[in-house]
Design a protein around this ligand. Structure first.
Ligand SMILES: Nc1nc2c(ncn2[C@@H]2O[C@H](COP(=O)(O)OP(=O)(O)OP(=O)(O)O)[C@@H](O)[C@H]2O)c(=O)[nH]1
Ligand SMILES: [Mg+2]
Length: 708
């Protein structure tokens, strides 16, 4: 079958934002206005479990009214196929944004018109920078009391990108919000009502000032400034085409199609970020946003191809997005449901047909593609093939995990990977009933496979199963989904901080393992250097033995010993990270040396080296933002200091005060209760993991006692 739709008519986009900005609400409107569904469901009407928005279909999402996992939907708009991924805003589920951005070509960043730029907006914005994803801004909730376009635009320019440009100006705010002035088209859209099917009038920009007199001076000011803002927009956009710019400067003329082309070019290259506005809830601006998506966000490959890397992650080439090339795809999400496993892939090049065999280059395995499906949130539809640019899912894959590269077995290639966040909180997990005992570890294993921001560990000393994740909500939701999706019930212990350990100073040592017990003995000697390495570098083992002083076949045993033994450090039994283990010399015995003897020597060498290296205990430090009324500022700041924290910034958000800073996670449990009582219930806060840092030596013992 030939390609049905040219690549240029595709848009793969993500909707990203801080929690509650209105991503799911906007997605519902997109599905409605593109004719994909006939009824709009509101996020806050799903708690009784009777109704569900298309993308928040999980029981846990409906109950809480928040998005937990990203969901893909597709829709047609003006002949374009828009594949859209609605992502969660809660910081605990940031992996979902991460992996979606990795495979998307563009993003719409949604803002709450009252709150403006919020912490997760900044985090997601940075992620989009990392993956080089062009984006546009949509200032939503202009109908809310306190909606403040000035504050939002200022926040976007100051905290996200100074090159952001207002393309749509709101007409009024709060209950006077009636539409927007489109500075690109040079007209304004004025809605007749809040109804989802309400028509809008298209009127001249010059008519607005006489027609509208708003209660808010700022709203009137935006209308007054329209000619000046339009001039700025035209200059900034047309500057991307020299001829068009000269024509505009000299004769004041421009071609509207050229103007759009310039904005598109700038947006795709990241030089330009268009700002739109609206109220998804009151059904204003969503169709205009869709027009913006097709006008300004890139089609697959327009922003360059996908990087191909060597096993160390170094970029060695680029694969263009086209059908006429070896098949190459990236698996970005795996979900388990009652029908089995669905592996979501983004195809970058070639055509993959049902029945094809692909190479999983990451794992050096072959994988047959039995079924290919198109996914519409919770529903699937079988398709025969998928092509460059497509996002779809393969059914029942056996070997493939999130982040793996799949390709034509004759042309294997590793594609640029995604980065997974570090889990910082852990809980012990126990089966609820006898019936759950056998099933629990398999079920947990499945949950962890589907979510790379979870880790599973069995505590060697206590035999307890420990689940690590991004936050309390993340772990709670995981255990609950295990119940609803896999039918296994478990109890969770108290959440604990995931401490880590590190080497304090480099250590060189020789360790000899010698045992004579009657018959054949055991003998192995290793000489090693352990060096602390930069944060985030993990564990690196290097074999620097020369002249066969240790036979080749025993070296993997030493490496394995280090990899296993580093899971338990000498300070308090936490994993030791970020060090280099160099095996530089050793001795062996023809009869008495064995793989086991070298493994034992490696483990003992590690323990001794770590003990004598002035080892450090590391703790996760969280970046926090507290929003409160100004009266409580002193209390909040004093408390941050008491929690061993550090205030880095103070600001203003509308009429609220904000405090930003860093606080160790171990001091943050129960913070919400403190905040509620300290601010009469009016303060809110967000926190996210920022970095690991050394626990002051004097505090180690106290912290460990508290943990026990
Ligand atoms: N007034 C007003 N409320 C809105 C608007 N858009 C969304 N909301 C409300 O804001 C709340 C959150 O909306 P969602 O669409 O769930 O937000 P989200 O960004 O998907 O949230 P997460 O997925 O949990 O990050 C809901 O109660 C919506 O009805 C809007 O334009 N105006
Ligand atoms: Mg949502």
């Amino acid at each position: 079958m030939a390609r049905q739709k040219p690549l240029k008519l595709y848009r793969n986009i993500g909707i990203i934002a801080h929690i509650d900005a209105g991503k799911t609400t906007t997605t519902e409107r997109v599905l409605y206005y593109t004719g994909k569904k006939h009824q709009i469901i509101e996020v806050h009407d799903t708690k009784d479990g009777k109704a569900s928005t298309t993308t928040d279909y999980l029981e846990q999402e409906r109950k809480r009214g928040i998005t937990i996992q990203s969901a893909a939907v597709s829709a047609e708009w003006k002949g374009y196929q828009i594949n859209l991924i609605d992502t969660p805003g809660h910081v605990d589920f940031t992996i979902e944004v991460n992996r979606s951005l990795r495979v998307l070509d563009g993003a719409v960043v949604v803002f709450d018109g009252v709150a403006g730029v919020e912490p997760q907006t900044e985090t997601n914005w940075r992620l989009a920078n990392q993956y080089n994803v062009p984006r546009m801004c949509y200032v939503n909730k202009m109908d809310r009391m306190g909606a403040n376009f000035t504050h939002c635009v200022k926040g976007i320019k100051e905290r996200l990108n100074p090159k952001a440009v207002v393309c749509h100006v709101p007409i009024g705010s709060h209950d006077e919000f009636t539409g927007m002035a489109d500075l690109v088209a040079g007209v304004a859209y004025v809605w007749q009502s809040d109804d989802k099917d309400s028509a809008w009038e298209t009127v001249g920009l010059e008519t607005l000032a006489d027609r509208f007199k708003f209660a808010s001076a700022a709203d009137n000011e935006w209308i007054r400034r329209i000619p000046e803002l339009r001039q700025e927009l035209l200059e900034q956009a047309l500057a991307l085409n020299e001829d068009a710019f000269m024509e505009f400067v000299e004769n004041g003329k421009f071609d509207p199609a050229m103007l759009k082309e310039c904005i598109r070019k700038g947006t795709v290259s990241g030089e330009f970020v268009p700002i739109f506005c609206g109220s998804s809830f009151k059904n204003k601006g969503v169709q205009q946003l869709l027009d913006g998506v097709i006008d300004y966000l890139p089609y697959p490959g327009e922003n360059g191809g996908i990087g191909m890397v060597d096993p160390d992650g170094k970029v060695i080439g680029t694969q263009e997005v086209k059908d006429d090339a070896p098949s190459r795809a990236l698996a970005f999400k795996v979900i388990n449901d009652q029908f089995g496993t669905l592996t979501f892939v983004r195809v970058y090049s070639g055509v993959i047909k049902k029945g094809d065999t692909l190479a999983n280059v990451t794992r050096n395995k072959k994988e047959r593609i039995g079924r290919i499906v198109e996914v519409q949130a919770s529903a699937t539809k079988d398709i025969e093939e998928c092509r460059a640019g497509d996002i779809c899912a393969f059914v029942s894959m056996k070997e493939t995990e999130t982040g793996d590269s799949l390709s034509d077995p004759d042309h294997p290639a590793l594609l640029e990977r995604m980065r997974f966040p570090d889990p910082v909180i852990s809980v012990s997990v126990e089966p609820k009933t006898r019936a759950d005992v056998d099933k629990m570890s398999t079920a947990l294993y499945k949950m962890v496979k589907a979510d790379p921001s979870l880790r599973l560990q069995v505590d060697q000393e206590t035999g307890q199963t420990v689940l690590k994740g991004m936050g309390e909500l993340h772990l709670e939701v995981t255990i609950d989904r295990m119940r609803t999706e896999l039918g296994v019930e478990a109890n969770m212990g108290r959440p604990r901080v995931s401490f880590r350990e590190a080497f304090g100073v480099p250590v060189e040592l020789v360790y000899t393992h010698k045992k004579q017990s009657g018959g054949s003995g055991q003998y192995a000697e290793v000489k090693m250097i352990f060096e602390p390495a930069a944060a985030g570098t993990g564990v690196e083992f290097s074999d620097e033995v020369v002249g066969g002083r240790i036979p080749r076949e025993f070296i993997p045993s030493v490496e394995h010993a280090i990899e296993t033994e580093c899971k338990r450090g000498q300070v308090a039994g936490y994993e030791v990270v970020d060090f280099k283990a160099r095996l530089i010399d050793g001795k062996y015995h023809d009869v008495d040396s064995s793989a086991l003897a070298f493994e034992i020597a490696g483990r003992a060498a590690f323990r001794e080296a770590h003990r004598s290296s002035k080892p450090k205990l590391l703790e996760p430090i969280m970046k926090i933002e507290v929003v409160t009324e100004g009266d409580y500022l002193g209390t909040i700041i004093g408390d941050v200091n008491r929690r061993r924290g550090q205030v880095t910034d103070q600001g203003q958000k509308g009429n609220q005060a904000t405090v930003q800073g860093f606080v160790p996670l171990s001091e943050m449990f129960g913070y919400i209760n403190f905040l509620r009582s300290a601010t009469s219930g009016r303060g809110t806060f967000t926190m996210e993991f920022d970095h690991y840092s050394e626990v002051p030596p004097g505090l180690v013992q106290k912290l460990m006692e508290a943990e026990a």
